[in-house]
Design a protein around this ligand. Sequence first.
Ligand SMILES: [Zn+2]
Length: 253
Amino acid sequence: MILGVDIGGTNIDVVLYDGKFVHIATYPTQSTITRLNDILKELVDKYKVDAVGIGFAGWIRGNKILKAPNVNFKPSFSLDVPCKLDNDANCFALYSSHHFKLSNVLGITIGTGIGSGIVVEGKIYRGMGLAGEIGHWTVGGDETCTCGGKGHLECYFGGWSFERRGLNAVELIESGKIYELEGFEKMCICVANAVTLLDPEAVVFGGRIGGSLDEKILRERIYDYLMPEFRPKIKTLNDPLAVAKGACLMVMK
Ligand SMILES: [Zn+2]
């Protein structure tokens, strides 16, 4: 029995896995984060859990959070069963690979920021731990990023950058205006460049914003920047539990 946890900026989602996924709880992050370790301990006892996987929006190397540019806390865990912590976009990419039954996947999560996870031959590719930080690719300009850098992709596309410019993500998506933004163009260029580096079978978009984008428009715009020999499937996966589910799978890999 595996427990999968997704710690987001707004909510913490928890699922159980024993051959199939069951959603067991969602907690508001702000009021829960400081006592999350105790809550997880109780869940581990209650459901006789063997291991816990946790997806977190931060830069993680060797089970340790180095930096979390888009959330203002760094949780730590001490449980009585094995507990693995991983970047939330890595968990998303792993679940995408499982869901679409594809071994080589580039997962892109667009919510507050932009994350990406790389699955190669069914396994997460981490490099030294931080691989896949496409949101912090330099695309030019002087806008400051939440990580302390400047001119990063996240400064132009995604939740916090929309908020900074007084834009509402839901309205942008509903009106279709999101596809006219300079930031959308920059994001498509970055994804196309990543495709030439990795040649994945599919690029899967998820997260509050990414999972709501139009597959057809994404495909056309990304293909615009790719040589015709590169034609990965372009998909969206609009499942708010995808990271928690991927965190379960991550523990088993
Ligand atoms: Zn940055």
